[in-house]
Design a protein around this ligand. Structure first.
Ligand SMILES: Nc1nc2c(c(=O)[nH]1)N[C@H]1C(S)=C(S)[C@@H](COP(=O)(O)O)O[C@H]1N2
Ligand SMILES: [Mo]
Length: 339
């Protein structure tokens, strides 16, 4: 079966980027045999969206092609740049289509806001990420599946490294029930030295390292932040990077880190304060944390809008959004034999 886009969840994301973006997160089925097939599937995505949304975006050539090795699997991300800004993507692993997405700045999509308000495209439920890959949680060397330990951190900063850490700071918390501010003292009083890991989705892990970290749930409760029983937490950095975490998991297993290895948190590790969610892949651990949004429904953060998983559990290898569980039965997607 050639790859086909079967349905999309379309929404305006006003939180994830500096400018609001239109995100279409689509289900795709089938296989792609070649680059040509992948581009046809992308054209299908655009066709479906332009019919429903009257998107007037035309693909800008030449189409780019990007391969990203993730652990021992090779994922290929096919990208079609759009005239007027934004891009359409198809994530493929050894022939199987995993996810299709379109991300475009709102102002590049004439009438998108009205069309969305008018229900032009069926807006689906917030995805409940299923656990799709069943592999041994730990490899023989004690690392989570698909991870290898390295001695030093790799520094990531898609928004660019800040010049310096502010001396005085606080974290702004927005919830449906009101706003709170998390002051430095509130966090530092609850911080203790803990041995924690960081697992980047690209395959490297660093740990255990001693972090001075306060449990996020404890801090939010101390600030009397009104917290629903379910939902999502979007964390945003001072420079606009963002990541989304399931709220219950964030309250139970995420930390606010202010120190590392007996010292203050270094600037490149996220000073003055970073999120640390050791059970989730590293992209959820937002550095230079500035804002927390408690949300009823799901929105993509920076990497989620680029195909990364909504939840990102390390133990279940939730690396990319996987929309086609059936494909995993396909032998092309069977996990590699243990070494
Ligand atoms: N603000 C911000 N936080 C971020 C990132 C980023 O680019 N910007 N990258 C994420 C990714 S992909 C990983 S793996 C970890 C890496 O943390 P490190 O730079 O301390 O090694 O930070 C996460 N937090
Ligand atoms: Mo990462």
């Amino acid at each position: 079966m050639p790859a086909e886009v079967t349905g999309c969840r379309v929404y305006v994301n006003t939180l994830a980027e500096a400018r609001p973006v239109v995100v279409a997160d689509c289900a795709a089925a089938g296989t792609v045999d070649s680059r040509g097939e992948a581009l046809k599937a992308l054209q299908g995505l655009l066709g479906l969206l332009s019919r429903e949304l009257s998107l007037r975006l035309e693909p800008e050539g030449p189409e780019s092609y990007e391969a990203e090795p993730l652990a021992r699997r090779r994922y290929t991300v096919h990208i079609l740049r759009l005239r007027g800004g934004g891009e359409a993507r198809l994530v493929e692993a050894r022939g199987g289509v995993l996810a299709a997405a379109l991300v475009a700045p709102l102002d590049a999509v004439p009438g998108a806001r009205e069309a969305l308000a008018g229900g032009a495209v069926e807006v689906g439920e917030a995805p409940r990420p299923p656990v799709l890959l069943r592999r041994p949680i730990l490899e023989p060397d004690g690392e989570p599946a698909g991870q290898g330990r390295i001695p030093r951190f790799v520094t990531y900063a898609v928004e660019g490294l800040p010049a310096r850490a502010p001396r005085a700071w606080e974290i702004l918390v927005h919830t449906p029930g009101g706003r709170r501010r998390l002051g430095q003292e509130l966090i530092e009083e609850r911080a203790g030295w803990r041995l924690l890991y960081l697992h980047c989705v690209t395959g490297w892990s660093v740990g255990p390292r001693k972090w001075l970290a306060a449990p996020l749930g404890e801090v939010l409760r101390a600030a009397r932040a009104p917290l629903p029983g379910d939902g999502w937490l979007l964390a945003r950095s001072a420079g606009g990077y963002s990541a989304v975490l399931p709220l219950p998991l964030a309250l139970e297993a995420a930390y606010l880190a202010v120190g590392l290895e007996e010292g203050p948190l270094p600037l490149e590790r996220g000073a003055p304060v970073r999120l640390l969610a050791p059970t989730l892949y590293g992209w959820k651990s937002v550095k230079w944390l500035r804002e927390i949004h408690v949300l009823e429904s799901y929105v993509d953060g920076y990497w989620e809008a680029r195909g990364y998983h909504e939840r990102g559990l390390v133990a279940a290898e939730e690396r990319f959004k996987l929309r086609n569980p059936g494909l995993l039965e396909d032998h092309a997607l069977k996990p590699p034999e243990p070494r």
